[in-house]
Ligand binder design. Structure first.
Ligand SMILES: *[C@@H]1O[C@H](CO)[C@@H](O)[C@H](O)[C@H]1NC(C)=O
Ligand SMILES: *[C@@H]1O[C@H](CO)[C@@H](O)[C@H](O)[C@H]1NC(C)=O
Length: 297
């Protein structure tokens, strides 16, 4: 990825102090401290208070964290594309690098005007994905900003929408089930055209007469154990990955209350799954005749 010399991108990103996440921003508050354009900086816009990614028939755009982290919580406050968003995908995710990489994905699949967006989540462990879940939402994600978070610690990975958990992967390594630990991950977001699969199975194509498609960010925050580039990876894994959660709750994402859902959160998750789940790979027996081990089918 090429950032040096992207004067334009630097200028665009400089101002963005994300007030909405100030409370959670002990470690980080400014967009340009944390992120940089990863492609098509000319399709990123700063209009005074928010960051926008733009998709037209020439390009989409994306940004990436400057640093990598082992455990933490990342949150983006996003307003998705209004009106016709069919064929577009907006992604917000964490990923490590290499062929055995881990990845936690939010993918927002657009739709024709008046039809619901779907939120697809996926998890890669040691390079293997195929763990898609899809749900619709209990609000219109294009009407206003909502927060989308990934919490990652040694005990669980939790996807949250407005702090309501919508998906959990528990660490069950004791049962021999793979869990994404120990690989340092970056945080990313991007907008692109995926009309070969995104909307109604690819049947609805992007209508370019409605371009540009614009996704708006009011805040993006990372609270995580930042991997020091100069330190050895092994040392950083030990520092960030140990079971202690630090003096004065410095590593609060590993605190005991973060190790599992509260009773209230468990009820929220049950409600979301009952009311909004559209697809779950765990129950797709045509695709997986024998259940993936983490599904406990
Ligand atoms: C992109 O869309 C514009 C406006 O609809 C059109 O004029 C232009 O020819 C298109 N470009 C490409 C490469 O399709
Ligand atoms: C789009 O709307 C259709 C019709 O309501 C629905 O079946 C589909 O799940 C929606 N979302 C996507 C991404 O196709």
């Amino acid at each position: 990825m090429e950032f040096a010399g992207m004067a334009e991108a630097a200028a665009l990103l400089m101002f963005i102090a994300f007030s909405a996440t100030a409370a959670a921003a002990a470690d980080s508050s400014r967009f340009d401290d944390l992120f940089q354009a990863s492609w098509a900086s000319d399709h990123m816009i700063y209009d005074g208070s928010v960051l926008k990614l733009k998709l037209d028939n020439f390009s989409g755009a994306g940004f990436a964290s400057k640093n990598r982290y082992i455990y933490g919580k990342v949150t983006a406050e996003i307003k998705l594309i209004g009106g016709d968003s069919a064929g577009t995908v907006t992604a917000f995710y964490m990923s490590s690098e290499g062929s055995n990489h881990n990845e936690f994905d939010f993918e927002f699949l657009g739709n024709v005007t008046g039809e619901p967006y779907l939120v697809q989540t996926n998890i890669y462990v040691n390079g293997v994905g195929n763990r898609e879940q899809r749900m619709d939402l209990w609000f219109d994600p294009a009407a206003d900003f909502h927060s989308y978070s990934i919490l990652w610690n040694p005990r669980q990975v939790v996807f949250l929408v407005d702090e309501t958990p919508i998906r959990v992967l528990r660490n069950e390594e004791k049962k021999g089930i793979g869990f994404p630990g120990y690989q340092a991950m970056g945080a990313y977001s991007s907008l692109w055209n995926a009309d070969d699969w995104a909307t109604q199975g690819g049947r609805v194509k992007t209508d370019w007469s409605h371009a540009p498609f614009v996704v708006t960010y009011r805040g993006v925050s990372i609270n995580g154990c930042e991997v020091a580039v100069e330190a050895g990876e092994e040392e950083e894994v030990r520092r960030c990955g140990g079971s202690e959660w630090g003096k004065e709750g410095r590593y609060w994402w590993k605190a005991p209350e973060m190790e599992e859902l509260s009773v209230h959160q468990t009820h929220q998750l049950m409600w979301v799954r009952a009311k909004h789940l559209v697809y779950d790979y765990c129950t797709d027996s045509a695709r997986f005749p024998s259940a993936p081990p983490e599904c406990g089918r």
